[in-house]
Design a protein around this ligand. Structure first.
Ligand code: PLP
Length: 398
């Protein structure tokens, strides 16, 4: 009898499980559209030039590795604030944003969740139906009851916006609403600017706590365009949470670079909130690692490198859009009768293809094309070499 005798085997992470299956697949034509990672047209994970340039400067002047402050690199936190709220924005100028460096976007969400649990332990967390798989698990593990708000309308192929508003309208005051700031994962469907205005209004009248998850800023329509939703919440006079991830936008997945920003009523409140966020961090992992944050800060705070980053991010965005169009055209050419044009009205890395679980299983087992059972495919992993094969495979299963 050991302490661990009764430990149950946890279910495999659905996405990482797919990756393992993919790695073991001997099909020479196999294509991994399961995981949310951007690959370039050569099928490679890009190492951005702006990142290489920043790293070269750092290598030329190697520095010792002391502990960072609990809230991370000051220049990094400042850069995140400007990126999320705008350099000249009132929240930044008045000092009422508390920002901490975090271990990826996931870390930002978790710090926020742990802090919220202290503030409002009985609150329910509402996530979109469906949402990024980890939202439910993360907020449940932080001790919250997690429910969903209506989001995807499979028949209409889009957002069930009336349903979304109705769900938010029915939520009790204090409910935490997790909102995808842009590039909704997994569906690829975002709400319009006018619909955001309505969401902001409901959040305000119902007294909900907005938690904006911004994991794809710059992957949708542009850095400013994707970030525009933040200004709407600011203009409404709301206080709220924003988690940021640079995993995709800097192609720095393994460096775990992210942040949490909390917009408070004034600078004094922000300093109290910051002090509590620091306790959450201190008691979890003490302080963040240096490298990824230093790279991102060096890029964002240097005009030339920043311009290079914007160019490279723009290229990723444009390539994804081109792949969406090629997918639509390729499916048509491969004989798919139904109109797949909806794929180009989706945005970001993912496409909810509308394929059934059975069709997704057949794609995997017969063709080595890996997407999730929900029909989600990562269009950012398509390229000029694999697109025809993927289109032919889909045409054979639909
Ligand atoms: N939020 C959403 C919606 C995501 O899709 C992801 C990553 O896929 C994250 C957060 C987490 O990002 P990170 O890898 O930086 O932790």
């Amino acid at each position: 009898m050991s302490l661990f005798s009764a430990v149950e085997m946890a279910p495999r992470d659905p996405i990482l499980g797919l990756n393992e299956q993919f790695a073991a697949d001997t099909n020479p034509n196999k294509v991994n559209l399961g995981v949310g990672v951007y690959f370039d047209d050569g099928g490679k994970l890009p190492l951005l030039q702006c990142v290489q340039a920043a790293e070269k400067t750092m290598m030329d002047k190697p520095s010792a590795r002391g502990y960072l402050p609990i809230d991370g690199i000051a220049a990094y936190d400042a850069a995140v604030k400007s990126l999320v709220f705008g350099n000249e924005s009132e929240p930044v100028k008045s000092g009422r944003v508390a920002t901490v460096q975090a271990i990826g976007g996931t870390g930002g969400l978790k710090i926020g969740a742990d802090f919220l649990k202290r503030l409002n332990p009985d609150a329910t967390v509402l996530i979109s139906d469906p949402s990024w798989e980890n939202h439910r698990a993360l907020f449940t593990n932080a001790g919250f009851k997690v429910d969903t708000y209506a989001y995807y309308d499979a028949e209409k192929r889009g957002v069930n916006f009336d349903g979304m508003l109705a769900s938010l309208n029915a939520a009790a005051p204090g409910t935490i609403a997790v909102l995808h700031a842009c590039c909704h994962n997994p569906t690829g469907y975002d709400i319009s600017a006018a619909q955001w205005d309505q969401v902001v209004a409901v959040v305000k009248t119902r007294g909900l706590t907005p938690f904006l998850d911004m994991a794809y800023q710059g992957f949708g329509h542009g850095i400013a365009e994707d970030g525009a939703v933040i200004a709407k919440f600011v203009a409404a006079g709301l206080t709220f949470f924003v988690s940021t991830s640079f995993s995709k936008s800097f192609s720095l997945y393994g460096e775990r670079v992210g942040a949490l920003s909390v917009l408070c009523q004034n600078a004094e409140e922000a300093s109290r909130v910051l002090s509590q966020l620091k306790i959450v961090i201190r008691t979890n992992y003490s302080n963040p690692p240096i490298h990824g944050g230093a790279v991102v800060a060096a890029v964002l705070n240097n005009p030339e490198l920043r311009a290079l980053w914007e160019k490279e991010l723009g290229e990723m965005r444009v390539r994804i859009k081109a792949m969406r169009q090629k997918l639509v055209d390729g499916l048509k050419a491969a004989g798919v009768k139904q109109d797949m044009g909806f794929i180009t009205s989706q945005i970001g890395m993912f496409s909810y293809s509308g394929l059934t679980k059975d069709q997704m299983v057949r794609l995997r087992s017969e063709f080595g094309v890996y997407g999730t059972d929900t029909g989600r495919m990562c269009v950012a992993a398509l390229n000029s070499k694999n697109i025809d094969y993927v289109c032919q495979a889909i045409a054979k299963v639909v």
